[in-house]
Design a protein around this ligand. Structure first.
Ligand code: ADP
Ligand code: MG
Length: 368
């Protein structure tokens, strides 16, 4: 068992610099939790407190219900891999992987069994006798991960372990990390600023901003029910669009134009106190339906300004007619062949409309 629980963790650096602010969360046994946030949001500070490399300023950290605040990294039995990894270049790959086991007093046959087992999982068997310096970067990274994980840690902590690698190698290594997590039954906390990486790897993700927890949940929960405008904007590529609008009723809003009003009905309801007040309509580019003809309702017209080709998809930047300052991004299939300057209609399906007031979502919607 290795359940990690953070209770009101604070990291306050000298000079009252707050790195982490009152952070509480649980990572369940065998869970893969991604910690996602922009640069400087407190990800590394959090991970270093979990690892025991950084003192916890306030709060409690529990492993399997036991407070571990005052235990050293070794006593916590955590594995750590950071972006900069240092292999022992004078030793063979085998000896590099064996190192943490020998350091713990394990002997011959037991070491051999564990090294060969993890080498097999990481497909390093043909390289065991080589020196790490003779291997390409991706393979070296695999050796480094094998070394971090060979002692079957209680908790595996990874801080942007592959962010400096080429795109190609990154995809391969991240698939291996997840494979290893599943095969060895690990509990993994993985820090990244790359949402695609977090989405590809995690069971749940924790979003952090300015040292504070924003939301923790599955990718679906975060995508469909963002806790605030920061999360709504931060997760999703291209990011969610926000358009100034006016609440007309508890399930209707309008985007006012110079010559026409565009009426939108949404699923769910807002509190009647918001009726007639200024709101922001949020809609994801991937959920807008673009067409050349007007749909009956829930649509607004615009002109295509920019096309960004992304393989079989195109991101359109559309400036809304009647809304001189509003631009909306929408993702369409490349075979639709939209052109710059073309007039289009954007349909916003009622179930995927978000509404925010002062950065918070206000629609009450039944979760399926
Ligand atoms: P992230 O890993 O998300 O980029 P960090 O945890 O490294 O963020 O940093 C969070 C905040 O704490 C930042 O404002 C950073 O400047 C500050 N910080 C991090 N480490 C130290 C330190 N050793 N001393 C002082 N401030 C620090
Ligand atoms: Mg960091």
């Amino acid at each position: 068992m290795s359940r990690v629980e953070a209770r009101n963790l604070w990291k306050i650096y000298p000079g009252d610099v707050v790195g982490v602010k009152n952070l509480s969360f649980v990572c369940e046994d065998k869970e893969f939790l991604a910690v996602l946030g922009p640069s400087g949001s407190g990800k590394s500070s959090t991970l270093r407190m979990l690892a025991g490399l950084e003192e916890i300023s306030k709060g409690e950290l529990l492993f399997d219900g036991r407070v571990v605040n005052h235990l050293s990294p070794a006593e916590r039995n955590v594995a750590l891999a950071f972006e900069s990894y240092a292999l022992y270049y004078r030793l063979s790959v085998y000896e590099n992987i064996a190192f943490p086991l020998r350091a713990r007093g394990l002997k011959g046959p037991e070491v051999d069994k564990r090294v060969k087992e993890i080498a097999e999982l990481m497909e390093l068997t043909p390289h065991l006798k080589k020196r790490p310096g003779s291997l390409p970067g991706g393979l070296q990274q695999r050796v480094s991960l094998a070394r971090a994980l060979v002692r079957k840690p209680n908790v595996t902590l990874l801080d942007e372990p592959i962010s400096h690698m080429d795109q190609q190698v990154r995809h391969e290594i991240r698939a291996r990390i997840r494979h290893l997590h599943d095969e060895l039954g690990l509990t993994t906390i993985y820090v990244t600023h790359d949402q695609a990486e977090a989405i590809a790897l995690c069971d749940r993700m924790l979003i952090i901003h300015q040292g504070e927890l924003q939301q923790i949940g599955t990718v679906e929960e975060i995508w469909n029910y963002p806790a605030n405008k920061f999360v709504a904007y931060f997760v999703g590529e291209p990011a969610m669009n926000f358009i100034p609008a006016l609440a007309k009723g508890t399930n209707q809003i309008v985007i006012p134009g110079e010559t026409e009003e565009f009426l939108f009905t949404f699923e769910g309801e807002v509190d009647p106190k918001y009726v007639d007040s200024q709101v922001e309509l949020g809609i994801r580019p991937q959920q807008i339906e673009v067409s050349r003809e007007r749909k009956v309702a829930n649509s607004v017209s615009g002109t295509v300004k920019i096309l960004e080709f992304q393989g079989d998809k195109v991101v359109l930047t559309v400036s809304l007619d009647d809304q001189p300052r509003s631009e909306v991004k929408a993702v369409v299939a490349a075979q639709e062949r939209y052109q710059e300057g073309e007039r289009v209609w954007l349909y916003f399906p009622p179930p995927v409309i978000h509404i925010f007031v002062e950065d918070l979502p206000i629609i009450h919607r039944e979760k399926p």
